[in-house]
Design a protein around this ligand. Structure first.
Ligand SMILES: Nc1ncnc2c1ncn2[C@@H]1O[C@H](COP(=O)(O)OP(=O)(O)OP(=O)(O)O)[C@@H](O)[C@H]1O
Ligand SMILES: N[C@@H](CCO)C(=O)O
Length: 288
């Protein structure tokens, strides 16, 4: 059996810890036969091969008595780059528990489990449901709603350096004043309303007006402001810090992709640029 899990890009600016979009990079997990102990065959550096591997650990949180199996893992999701690799690993683990344990979990149950493990739903909810999802925690439980997908190309600038989510969260303030929190959430609310209204000029402007996290994190990812400025001249409706960074994501008019990419190169940025698609469906189970 095979499990295919999309990556995700969280926040979309002001939707901090709440909004995310599933994208066309994948973690693939092959579940091979039963063994005496869990073994994860993969080519990633500094990632465990035993039951402490995040995929296995997540499966065992859901069903502690799962019999050990050998897994083979392939991934084109860069680790610690703001493209939701840890959420894809968690969701993959939950799917293994569901399938091997014959649990018959519903999507909303998977979202609850995955978001409890990750702490917020912005990456795990789109990874489970596909496309663009808005979610939150209320009364201790997670809830999520699918939103229309903006008809723009997703262009990711993926810096070569890693940025762990924990390091990128460490630069955020511990609290905001009441007035700042009201203003930041008003921007986020209006951005979501514009996405549902499919008013993409307004949505783009508001996606670039985050007050929760980007201004603190831009010192860690100087490429954000540079690419945002390129986008204003070369056909992007919005540029935001993908998840905790360092990937910078731009929503670009498909007719202007070449102009935009040339603009990024002319601005002196030399790392990887990838055109990605929105993944319309979330985690998938394939018989073989
Ligand atoms: N396929 C995988 N197998 C096992 N562990 C993984 C896998 N993918 C990610 N991880 C774990 O998740 C960590 C990266 O998580 P981190 O939250 O720092 O970044 P991210 O999820 O890639 O980015 P972001 O949350 O900002 O989108 C890795 O260092 C590793 O411990
Ligand atoms: N919303 C999270 C995504 C990464 O887990 C953050 O920006 O820190």
């Amino acid at each position: 059996m095979k499990i295919k899990v999309p990556a995700s890009s969280a926040n979309l600016g002001p939707g901090f810890d709440s909004i995310g979009i599933a994208i066309s990079l994948y973690l693939t997990i092959e579940v091979l036969g039963e063994t005496s102990h869990w073994y994860v065959d993969h080519q990633m550096t500094d990632i465990p091969h035993d039951e402490t591997n995040m995929i296995v650990a997540s499966a065992l949180k859901v069903k502690p008595d799962l019999p050990p199996h050998k897994l083979r893992v392939y991934s084109d999701i860069p680790l610690a780059h703001g493209l939701g690799s840890s959420s894809s690993a968690i969701v993959g683990g939950i799917e293994i528990a569901d399938r091997l344990g014959h649990l018959g979990l519903e999507d909303h149950e998977k979202i609850e489990m995955a978001a409890q493990m990750e702490g917020h739903p912005d990456n795990v909810a789109p990874t489970i449901l596909g496309s663009l999802v808005v979610g939150c925690k209320v009364h201790g439980h997670f809830t999520a709603v699918k939103a229309p997908v903006p008809p723009f190309a997703l262009i990711a600038y993926i810096p070569a350096y890693n940025l762990k989510t924990s390091d990128s969260r460490a630069v955020l303030p511990k609290s905001l004043t009441f007035a700042d929190a009201v203003q930041a959430s008003a921007v986020a609310n209006t951005a979501v309303a514009a996405l549902f209204a499919q008013d993409y000029q307004k949505a783009g402007e508001l996606m670039e007006s985050d007050l929760f996290h980007e201004r603190y994190r831009s010192q860690l990812v100087p490429e954000l402001e540079i690419i945002r400025n390129v986008g204003h001249k070369h056909g992007a409706i919005a540029t935001y810090l993908s998840g905790a960074g360092p990937t910078v994501m731009s929503l670009v008019d498909p007719q202007h992709i070449n102009d935009f990419v040339n603009g990024v190169r002319e601005a002196g940025l030399k790392d990887e640029i990838r055109r990605l698609e929105v993944a319309p469906t979330g985690v998938k189970y394939l018989e073989d």
